[in-house]
Design a protein around this ligand. Structure first.
Ligand code: NAP
Length: 291
């Protein structure tokens, strides 16, 4: 049986680690704030490691799910000397493709493998074990880590070599920005038309404009509630990655640029809120039109 370690018990990581435990694969976890790893250990009867290296030394696969590029490289460096030569690190954070390649290179010297495995599906998908996982890396590493991936996700797609998973995720994040723009702007418009919002969402979600974000976030945003799934600050971080990757091709993407401007406008109040908080900015357009 594969022994899997987990690093980064945040909004995504904690439910993903729980699913690894349900599948009988979780050996233990390390988290920067130790209380979270201790609570998971108490709940599951697994190990709360004192350091990333202590965890790495005991595992065949280590899954990481931390905030951003520098955080990933920090835990990679902390684990590198302790990883077994046949171990595979599975990174589910969203970082630049170049960072994934750098992480793989830093591990290669000791023999350990690396897969960039960014995920989509939000905290709901993480809890349900139905994430869509975009994989970059070698086929042999993917086959070794597959039982862990199957415990966390229901769609696992091998996109190509290391970095290809993150390139696919960047594509996804551009789409998420466009959907957030469209849904928040349209619902703010619908409300300004005096429409009954619950009935409007019920009608639209069954038609051509229906989508995951409208169904899951529409009913709450129109009540002025933005329950956390995906933080504005994290999506802004992802869009900065998309901007850099597009710039490497000499292109500026309108949806990326506009959404970064809008997120900067709401950052003071909403960086820690769900991205559906963009609805507030869109609604403000209509209230200032009344003035
Ligand atoms: P989160 O709730 O903010 O959790 C971040 C985790 O990373 C925490 O466990 C945090 O430790 C740890 N961390 C941050 N910096 C670290 C460092 N320097 N060293 C060690 N650990 C560090 O974030 P999240 O929503 O779970 O997102 C995690 C990743 O998944 C991000 O890359 C995000 O873009 C991606 N993602 C998120 C979603 C979503 O819907 N939320 C969906 C898909 C992908 P502490 O507990 O000590 O703070």
């Amino acid at each position: 049986m594969l022994r899997v370690g987990f690093i980064g018990l945040g909004a995504m990581g904690l439910p993903m680690a729980r699913n690894l435990h349900r599948a009988g694969l979780l050996h233990g976890a390390w988290n920067r704030t130790p209380a979270k790893a201790e609570a998971l250990a108490a709940e599951t009867g697994t190990v709360a490691a004192e350091t990333p290296a202590a965890l790495a030394a005991q595992c065949d696969v280590v899954v990481t799910c931390v905030s951003a590029d520098a955080d990933l490289l920090h835990v990679i460096d902390a684990m590198a000397p302790a990883l077994r030569p046949d171990a595979v690190v599975v990174d589910c954070s969203t970082v630049a493709a170049a960072t994934a390649r750098e992480a793989a290179a830093r591990l290669a010297a000791g023999g350990a493998g690396f897969l960039d495995c960014p995920v989509s599906g939000g905290t709901e998908g993480a809890a349900a074990g139905t994430l869509s996982i975009m994989v970059g890396g070698e086929e042999a590493h993917l086959e070794r880590a597959r039982p862990a991936l199957e415990a966390m996700g229901s769609t696992i797609v091998h996109m190509g070599p290391v970095g290809a998973g993150q390139a696919a995720k960047a594509t996804n994040q551009i789409m998420v920005a466009g959907i957030n723009q469209a849904v928040t702007e349209a619902l703010a418009f619908g409300r300004a038309q005096g429409l009954p919002m619950d009935r409007l969402i019920a009608a639209l979600e069954k038609g051509a404009a229906g989508n995951w974000f409208l169904s899951r976030r529409g009913p709450t945003m129109v009540r002025g509630e933005y329950p956390l799934g995906f933080k504005v600050g994290l999506h802004a971080k992802d869009l900065e990655i998309c901007r850099r990757m597009a710039e490497e091709l000499g292109v500026k993407l309108p949806v990326v640029e506009m959404t970064l401007v809008h997120y900067a406008r709401i950052a003071d109040t909403s960086a820690e809120e769900d991205i559906s908080a963009l609805f507030r900015l869109k609604s403000d357009m209509f209230s200032s039109a009344d003035e």
